[in-house]
Design a binder for this molecule. Structure first.
Ligand code: NAD
Ligand code: ZN
Length: 352
């Protein structure tokens, strides 16, 4: 361990009050490892908790440590750990399910009612120097995969899962609505899975430019609330209707576009989260057998996400636009919140 043994930690005391303070260095329990946390990406949800103090049913009622897109270096082993050793570099899958319920047994552990997920109230996250995690939810990184890429596996896993639920395969035509970090990860995943053509939308030209740079075939700027018109433009640009649409903005108009744009018999994935009640042309979906599927995080996707990065099939690094040390966490959050300097993924470095 370099420097002092203090455990500098980013704690959200309450809505609007994010502070850095020392917390006890945790000891690894049974089947856990202690990690020297390395890279932690800021997610929109972290920013939401700071700004609004809640996301839907998850409310910050007591101080909570932020951070869930992270990588680390194993610094101590708890009893029973044989899969890792001290010094291993790992990506941390932030949700640890109960492993006992019917969902866990069916492999759909993202739906486990007892899942413990970093930085989802009241569970603490990993934005600190030292953190303990279940060893079987830590994935050893090959030497050529960076710790930043290890942290990016989290949003990439959302992309992988969304594409799997949508059935993206060789030759698919895919529409990604909203080109934030999650939409861009869906784009990268769809491309890696063999999609023939991918079209993305956004309000923001900077984000569309990034999507183009990452390999989108078409990037469409949304300049109207008329969702049927947007759907027509998608079809015109693509030359056909997409069989699979992945909604990653949460905006009502965008979700409507997702329904209108999808080919009859196709699939619309709901990844984005906006208002709780949306007005949608649901009969259009029903009459054309457009299946609408929910997406909640991911299950069993870290191994493939890691393979996609390790093999070089996916390069997610261009998404990282900013780096800050842990000491500058507040600045990092401000950059992520405002999107200053074209911020997409802001990375915090926790080791000294
Ligand atoms: P983000 O806010 O950075 O990106 C959203 C993008 O959508 C922005 O670039 C914005 O300009 C664009 N947008 C807004 N309105 C639009 C419209 N009408 N048409 C097209 N584009 C529009 O957020 P993110 O981190 O990329 O996450 C995307 C969404 O996914 C969020 O709603 C987030 O809560 C959700 N999310 C869901 C899961 C899940 O498990 N389902 C996981 C992570 C994030
Ligand atoms: Zn369970």
């Amino acid at each position: 361990m370099s420097g002092t043994a203090r455990n500098l930690t980013a704690v959200l005391k309450k809505k609007g009050e994010l502070v850095l303070e020392d917390t006890p260095i945790p000891k690894p329990g049974l089947n856990e490892v202690q990690l020297r946390v390395q890279s932690v990406g800021i997610c929109g949800s972290d920013v939401h908790y700071v700004v609004d103090g809640k996301i839907g049913r998850f409310v910050v009622n007591s101080p909570m440590i932020l951070g869930h897109e992270s990588s680390g270096i194993v610094s101590a082993l708890g009893e029973g750990v044989t899969s890792l050793k001290v010094g291993d570099r790992v990506a941390i899958e932030p949700g640890v399910p109960c492993r006992m319920c019917s969902y866990c047994k069916e492999g759909r552990y993202n739906l486990c009612p007892d899942i413990v997920f970093c930085a989802t109230p009241p569970v603490d996250g990993s934005l600190r120097r030292f953190y303990c995690h279940a060893a079987d939810f830590c994935y050893k990184l090959p030497g050529h995969v960076t710790l930043d890429e290890g942290a990016l596996l989290e949003p990439l896993a959302v992309g992988v899962y969304s594409c799997r639920r949508g059935g993206v395969q060789l030759g698919s035509n895919v529409l990604v609505l909203g080109s934030g970090p999650i939409g861009l990860m869906c784009l990268l995943s769809a491309k890696a899975m063999g999609a023939a053509k991918i079209i993305v939308t956004d309000l923001d030209q900077g984000r569309l430019d990034m999507a183009k740079k990452l390999g989108a075939h078409h990037a469409l700027r949304v300049d109207t609330q008329d969702s049927e018109e947007m759907a027509r433009r998608v079809e015109a640009a693509l030359g056909c209707k997409p069989e699979i649409s992945i909604e990653c903005s949460g905006a009502e108009a965008s979700t409507q576009t997702g329904i209108y744009a999808t080919k009859s018999g196709g699939v619309l994935l709901l990844v984005g989260r906006g208002r709780y009640h949306l007005l949608l042309p649901i009969v259009n979906a029903a009459a054309r057998e457009v299946d609408i599927r929910g997406v909640f995080r991911y299950a069993n996707c870290y191994p493939l996400a890691l393979e996609m990065i390790a093999s070089g099939k996916v390069d997610a690094k261009p998404l990282i636009t900013h780096h800050f040390p842990l000491e500058k966490t507040l600045e990092a959050f401000e950059t992520s919140r405002t999107g200053a300097g074209g911020a997409i993924k802001v990375m915090i470095h926790c080791d000294q």
